[in-house]
Design a protein. Structure first.
Length: 306
């Protein structure tokens, strides 16, 4: 006997027992009478017992057949209920969605956006995972993620929501004391604060917007962190300069605590993306959250965005 039960034959047998007829079961299941008969015979052979007696005039279940018919009918009912629940969830948003997002962006924008979504969909819950590290959506069981990057080709499906600008920033006090760099070569004489998850790794890759000249700088300074927000206090205190995204630095620049420098040198473009594993249709709860986030984050989120 194989490890898995013959579920198809059990379901067919349950319908035969219910209708008291091979023909009735065949009509109810949209199968041929021969298919129904073979399924019952296969089940009897597998179990090594007779399940029903049938002649041209009479049809009756054996003791074993009556016992099995009751269990099989229960099994079919539970399977239909499970299938119905799954189909319902595919249409009506219901259940848990696991969402990953970068730490700073998640705290500033994703977390504040979720109450409105949850109020709209009271049968949906969200497990929000915040980390600047790139999570393995499939391996770690996430339904979708927000990523700020230049995404490589992959098996993931991705929606580009908004560009994210990055600039070198420093405090006015630091620039007054150490001077304002105008060329990547000048950065060798400056304290450069590092971010662990730059798309370019340890290096800053810069391109002059007019000439197209490229430069690579390996930052050296008193602080390196795996979260860009963690550099803000040191920047405002005048400990160095750093590459920061606009959604982190815009308020400090607007209020005079930081300034952008070397604005004619650009870092490789990155964007805010909404990504999900590729493959078949998604549950309604995942589609609902992704559509909500896409609409919410496709509009300007901080001053200076187009």
């Amino acid at each position: 006997m194989s490890k898995l039960p013959d579920l198809e034959a059990l379901a067919i047998f349950a319908k035969v027992a219910e209708t008291q007829s091979f023909s009735g079961a065949a009509d109810a299941l949209a199968l041929s009478k021969a298919t129904v008969s073979k399924a019952v015979s296969r089940l009897e052979q597998r179990l090594g017992t007779t399940l029903l007696h049938r002649t041209s005039r009479r049809f009756s279940l054996t003791d074993s057949g009556r016992s099995l018919a009751a269990r099989a009918a229960q099994m079919v009912a539970e399977a239909e209920a499970a299938e119905g629940e799954a189909l319902d969830q595919a249409v009506t948003p219901r259940g848990l969605v696991r969402l990953a997002a970068p730490m700073s962006f998640g705290m500033a924008y994703v977390a504040p956006a979720l109450p409105e979504f949850l109020a709209r969909h009271p049968d949906v819950s969200v497990d929000l995972h915040l980390s600047d590290a790139t999570v393995d959506l499939v391996g770690e069981g996430f339904d979708c993620a927000l990523r700020i990057a230049s995404l490589p080709d992959s098996s993931m499906t991705a929606r580009r929501l908004r560009p994210v600008q990055r600039h070198l920033v420093a405090s006015p006090g630091y620039l007054e004391q150490r001077g304002r760099p105008t060329h990547p070569d000048d950065l060798a004489r400056h304290a450069c604060l590092g971010y662990a998850y730059l798309p370019s790794g340890e290096a800053w890759r810069l391109v002059h917007e007019e000439s197209g000249q490229e430069a690579v700088v390996r930052p050296v300074g008193p602080l390196r962190a795996n979260n860009a927000d963690a550099l803000t206090a040191a920047l405002c205190a005048g400990l160095g300069l750093a590459v920061q995204p606009d959604f982190i630095y815009w308020r400090d620049v607007a209020e005079g605590r930081l300034e952008t420098v070397m604005t004619d040198w650009a870092l490789p473009p990155i964007s805010l993306h909404l990504v999900a594993p590729g493959g078949g249709p998604r549950p309604a709860r995942v589609t609902a959250l992704m559509d909500y986030l896409a609409k919410r984050f496709s509009t300007p989120l901080w001053p200076g965005q187009g």
